[in-house]
Write a protein that binds this ligand. Structure first.
Ligand SMILES: Cc1cc2nc3c(=O)[nH]c(=O)nc-3n(C[C@H](O)[C@H](O)[C@H](O)COP(=O)(O)O)c2cc1C
Ligand code: SF4
Length: 652
């Protein structure tokens, strides 16, 4: 059993003792709040589940408190229901030894075209300008946040977090010289730019008592080179530098904040704010360590921190005091409990894809999760044994097949899983081959481990026929046969230098220095990124007008890939069709009809996947219930595979 003595050690935040160093990051869910910022039943169950899952401290998502300036109904003018629900929820959270801080938002400023310190271009829409706040309006916001904190205290919250000196939200833009041109006491020197943050903590302490903990989120580096322009390698910075963040940390401590919840990024550099897997794990630790050297209040560290060994080492080495875990708490609500028990192998890894959580929130207004289909359904009955144990046969040991086997076994069915190859994982194996997709590999390891733990009857290297299935006596047959890469019928497709994306990822052939990737979807772009990072000369050839047009790629992943391609000088050729692959390379037809030959040592075909033909047709009149799930049903992604598998099993 692994031990994490530092992660599981209590931490003092002001007057409050937190039972361990694993804090759940503030994350709005979209489904968890009512119109005033109070919690719905779904929200309550979502948080209680994560308290039961072992997190020492839960932060709520950012809750707007301003009643006058941005003109909203909030917990300040509608406290009754919030207090009643909060009391009940906090009692339940406290029953697990966990505590909850409400994150009180000063609002998001220019990120949503709201008022800002100075007149600023709206995020992503620079022709529209914001309005500057008056001093009276600043004071009004301060009064509201103090009142809100009092309401939170009454509702049983153990403290509050101030949202936020990060992401370019309102307070952040006050603190940044780049976005604050005020000439009054809220602009100019760093102290003046932080006066708003100072007023807030002083007002809250005056209202709630000095022993009521107040933390604040602080981005230690903005990673921007201009409005709407990220600084990919961080070398150009017009926002916050680490040096300034250290000075800010000292001042925030002096003003009375009880801990600093650190991370990085502005929404102009969204991939450092909401880092996809291409951002290295633990990228904020060394910055946080510098802040820790400068202050004596706890430094909480967030952003790609979902690695217990890394976290344990960072705390042991005195670099940080606690970790603030976001998406991993969505994908596995029991993450902290599993670490306490020393069972990291049982953690359902967040794959840092952003697909369900932040992208779901941005595009559908609700968080979901690629690997955890229960997110948002916490009010449902927990997974229970089926009244009627059935004989379930699953064909295919990829992600859909293993998710189905896992849930079917937990529900008390008799499960046999057939896999025709000698490895489990299917397309998770190539997908997890990049260094920057290690979590996909971890997810595969998780599933494989669960097959063993649950003693599921897995028959490897066993190809089953429709006849065998018909005669098996199965009550339920689940076909999860996956997909294979499409190899279009082109002249030269069999050329020695041509390889499928899957085979390239599986290292089946040596890949040369000059690589052409045919197909600029997400998979092709990630393959391109991998080779670009290795220093190869990479060209992406895409038939559509732009790359990553299909498959609903989260904007932050897309933004990072585009910036990475610019950084690595990756050649992107769009509206460009492949005519032939030959000894020189790839002959393409450009949009104007002219032809061009791109030199290549290796041509990687990444033009999509095709479902592997299953036996559904042959099993039509079979007595068993037959389901086709995952890519074998319709080519999708990890999220669709897992959710289909879960759905089908829940109904058995
Ligand atoms: C769906 C979603 C909603 C979020 N909402 C908030 C929020 O309300 N306040 C905040 O400070 N951060 C918010 N965040 C950012 C997270 O707190 C965290 O900083 C981010 O997910 C990176 O950490 P991670 O790599 O551990 O996920 C949100 C993140 C997600 C995924
Ligand atoms: S959707 Fe992806 S990034 Fe978000 S929590 Fe789930 S696995 Fe993690």
């Amino acid at each position: 059993m692994k031990q994490y003595p530092n992660l599981t050690n209590p931490l003092q935040i002001g007057s409050v003792t937190i039972k361990n160093r694993m804090f759940m990051a503030p994350m709005d869910t979209g489904f968890g709040n009512n119109e005033y910022g109070g919690f719905t039943e779904a929200g309550v169950e979502y948080f209680v589940k994560r308290a039961a899952g072992g997190f020492g401290l839960l932060y709520s998502g950012g809750t707007s408190v301003d009643t006058k300036v941005d003109g909203a109904d909030t917990i300040v003018n509608h406290p009754e229901e919030f207090i009643a629900t909060g009391k009940k929820m906090n009692e339940r959270i406290n029953a697990y030894g966990s505590k909850m801080f409400m994150q009180l938002s000063m609002n998001v400023g220019r990120n949503a075209g709201l008022k800002t310190p100075s007149v600023l271009p709206v995020l992503g829409n620079p022709s529209i300008k914001t309005q500057a706040l008056t001093v009276e309006e600043i004071h009004s916001k301060v009064q509201d946040v103090a009142k809100a904190a009092k309401v939170c205290k009454e509702a049983g919250y153990a403290g509050v977090d101030i949202h936020a000196l990060h992401w370019g939200h309102l307070l952040d833009t006050f603190a940044l010289e780049f976005t604050n041109q005020r000439e009054d006491e809220y602009g100019g020197s760093l102290e003046n730019r932080l006066r708003f943050a100072k007023d807030i903590v002083e007002a809250i302490k005056a209202e709630c008592g000095t022993d009521f903990p107040v933390t604040i989120r602080l981005a230690m580096k903005s990673y921007i080179k201009d409005f709407d322009k990220a600084s990919f390698d961080g070398s150009q910075e017009v926002g916050r530098t680490l040096e300034e963040a250290i000075e800010i940390a000292k001042l925030l401590e002096k003003y009375g904040y009880d801990a600093l919840s650190t991370d990085a990024g502005m929404l102009d550099a969204i991939y450092y704010a909401m880092p996809p897997s291409y951002v290295e794990k633990g990228f904020t630790i060394e910055m946080a360590a510098k802040l820790k050297e400068a202050v004596s209040i706890p430094i909480l560290c967030g952003g790609r921190m979902a690695d217990p060994d890394m976290d344990e080492a960072a705390i042991a080495e005195g670099k940080i005091d606690a970790v603030v875990i976001g998406r991993q708490a969505i994908s596995d609500p029991n993450f902290a409990e599993k670490i306490v028990k020393g069972e990291p192998e049982n953690v359902r890894s967040c794959i840092a894809c952003n697909q369900g959580c932040i992208w779901g929130y941005f595009t559908k207004g609700q968080v979901s999760c690629a690997v955890n289909p229960e997110v948002g359904y916490e009010t449902n009955e927990p997974l229970t044994k089926s009244a009627d144990s059935k004989k379930v046969i699953i064909v295919g040991g990829g992600v859909a097949g293993m998710e189905a086997a896992y849930n079917a076994k937990l529900r008390g069915h008799e499960v046999t899983l057939y896999e025709k190859s000698d490895v489990l994982g299917g397309n998770l194996i190539p997908a997890g081959a990049h260094d920057f997709k290690a979590e996909v590999n971890e997810l595969n390891e998780y599933y494989k481990h669960q097959m063993e733990v649950l003693q599921i009857d897995v028959r490897m290297q066993t190809e089953v026929s429709a006849e065998l299935l018909k005669e098996s006596g199965a009550d339920v047959i689940i076909l999860a046969t996956g997909s294979k890469p499409i190899m279009p019928n082109l002249p030269g497709i069999d050329h020695v230098k041509t390889i499928s994306g899957v085979d390239a990822l599986l290292n089946k052939k040596k890949v040369g220095q000059k690589v052409v990737i045919v197909g600029g979807g997400l998979v092709g772009c990630e393959i391109a990124l991998g080779y670009a990072e290795e220093g190869k000369n990479v060209t992406i050839v895409e038939a559509l007008e732009n790359i990553m047009q299909t498959g609903d790629v989260p904007s932050m992943n897309k933004a990072m890939l585009f910036d990475a391609f610019e950084y690595y000088h990756t050649n992107i050729m769009t509206s460009c069709r492949v005519k032939e692959i030959n000894d020189i390379g790839v002959v393409v037809t450009l949009a104007d009809g002219t032809e061009k030959t791109i030199e290549a040592d290796t041509v990687v075909m990444s033009v999509g996947y095709r479902s592997v033909k299953s036996m559904a047709e042959e099993l039509k009149n079979c007595e068993a219930q037959v389901f086709e799930i995952g890519d074998g049903n319709a080519v999708g992604n990890i999220m669709t595979c897992i959710s289909e598998a879960y759905e089908v099993i829940m109904k058995l």
